[in-house]
Design a protein around this ligand. Structure first.
Ligand SMILES: Cc1cc2nc3c(=O)[nH]c(=O)nc-3n(C[C@H](O)[C@H](O)[C@H](O)COP(=O)(O)OP(=O)(O)OC[C@H]3O[C@@H](n4cnc5c(N)ncnc54)[C@H](O)[C@@H]3O)c2cc1C
Length: 386
């Protein structure tokens, strides 16, 4: 395969991100995990280095790069044993503001986001009673003059306590009054710093992930914070979801590579029955298979990202990238635990921590079953099953 035109830039990005991550070793992540603390110092270092402005055009003070470069950055963070879940949303949410926001909105928010003075890290879609059937969401934004009044509840809204802004998806027309259930949803930018009626409650999870439930009790949002046209939010959401799937898939590729590196290193060093355990095919083959699966997933991630950056339809590729990469990272995680034997369960080896972290991607931001159902319907032309 020919090298991409910007292969040099990509190599530089990888080594710069790896250098930054080396300042945040395993011990840093292990201690945060034990205390369920937010990696503020890591996020600040990324911000100072300009990575949080990766997708923001240069005219607004950002780096003006694409999802391809964002994927490289996030993959490298995960490949270094770190976790980008604390800050990745700014990369996949950004597209909605860039592609569908007004010029006034871009001028207002993008320079401050690029300078790191503001964070757009919260994405409010999931609801407790709606599940994966997004169009059934109940949170309602009622228009009253020059504002919307939002009532409802969201769940699993990550980083809401560490973000200034939330990209909120809410119904603006009741589902009974629309022709298609995907109509009547809108996207609003909610300023979390000035939102009387908003309550955020953290949810403790099996890994260190700053996720929350969020209650909207008549929260007022200026009408000028509507992104794009009222009622068209589902369409904007799909763009954002494709970016999200591609970028999470890149993180899974990074996790997979980290697990395989660690497992191979251990397999070469650990001697049992008078020889390195890595000399046994029972240890080699799962790692070799996981490696092949991670490499294949990585190609699909790069393909989906380049389609996204070219503004081409990329739903199937973004979904397949997420499916293949999440499976490959989970397969690598299992192989790494098995290779480490008892030490795979010891906190000091970090394998169990990363194992818990990468398990999430079978479920979020979209579950494996829903991706399979999407491919069956939209790619294979089979009857809709959901
Ligand atoms: C740590 C964490 C962080 C998250 N962060 C965010 C965030 O920042 N913002 C946000 O909006 N959301 C977030 N989410 C929510 C996440 O996107 C959802 O959990 C995910 O989409 C699955 O939805 P659900 O939990 O409602 O599962 P459900 O939809 O209730 O599904 C439960 C199970 O049933 C299966 N299932 C459901 N319907 C079908 C079907 N028709 N066919 C086959 N199987 C089916 C699913 O695959 C799944 O395995 C987060 C979740 C977690 C756990």
């Amino acid at each position: 395969m020919p090298a991409p035109a910007n292969a040099g830039l990509h190599r530089e990005l990888k080594s710069a991100v790896a250098a930054l991550c080396s300042g945040f070793p395993d011990k840093y992540w292990r201690e945060l995990d034990a205390n369920r603390e937010y990696p503020e110092a890591f996020v600040q270092a990324l911000t100072r280095a300009g990575y949080m402005g990766t997708l923001i055009p240069e005219t607004y003070g950002g780096a003006g790069l694409g999802v391809t470069e964002a994927a490289i950055i996030l993959e490298q963070i995960h490949r270094s044993g770190a976790n980008a879940a604390a800050c990745h949303a700014q990369m996949y949410i950004m597209g909605t503001l860039l592609r569908h926001g007004s010029e006034a909105q871009k001028r207002h928010y993008l320079p401050a986001l690029a300078r790191g003075e503001m964070r757009l890290q919260a994405f409010g879609v999931s609801e407790p009673t709606t599940g994966s059937d997004t169009t059934q969401m109940k949170t309602f934004a009622r228009r009253e003059g020059d504002k919307y009044v939002v009532k409802g509840q969201k769940i699993w809204i990550s980083r809401a306590q560490h973000s200034d802004l939330m990209l909120l998806v809410a119904r603006t027309t009741p589902i009974e009054q629309v022709k298609k259930r995907s109509e009547g949803l809108s996207v609003l930018l909610v300023d979390l710093r000035h939102a009387p009626g908003l309550t955020i409650r953290p949810i403790r999870t099996m890994m260190n992930h700053a996720t929350t439930e969020v209650f909207f009790d008549d929260v007022e949002v200026p009408a000028e914070n509507l992104i794009g046209e009222e009622g068209q939010g589902f369409r904007y959401l799909l763009d954002g979801l494709n970016a999200e799937r591609i970028l999470i898939a890149a993180e899974c590729v990074g996790d997979g590579r980290w697990f395989i590196d660690r497992a191979c290193r251990y397999a070469r060093e650990r001697v049992v029955f008078g020889r390195p355990i890595g000399q046994n095919q029972g240890i080699q083959f799962p790692l070799a298979r996981a490696y092949a699966d991670v490499e294949a997933a990585s190609l699909m991630v790069a393909h989906a990202a380049s389609l996204f950056d070219e503004h081409q339809p990329c739903g199937p590729q973004a979904n397949m990238a997420k499916l293949l990469a999440a499976d490959a990272s989970w397969e690598s995680a299992n192989a790494a635990v098995q290779t480490h034997g008892g030490f795979g369960f010891a906190e000091d080896f970090d394998i169990e921590r990363k194992f818990r972290e990468t398990r999430l991607y079978q479920v979020a931001p979209v579950s494996t079953n829903l991706i399979l159902a999407y491919i069956a319907e939209h790619v294979l032309g089979l009857p809709r099953s959901y």
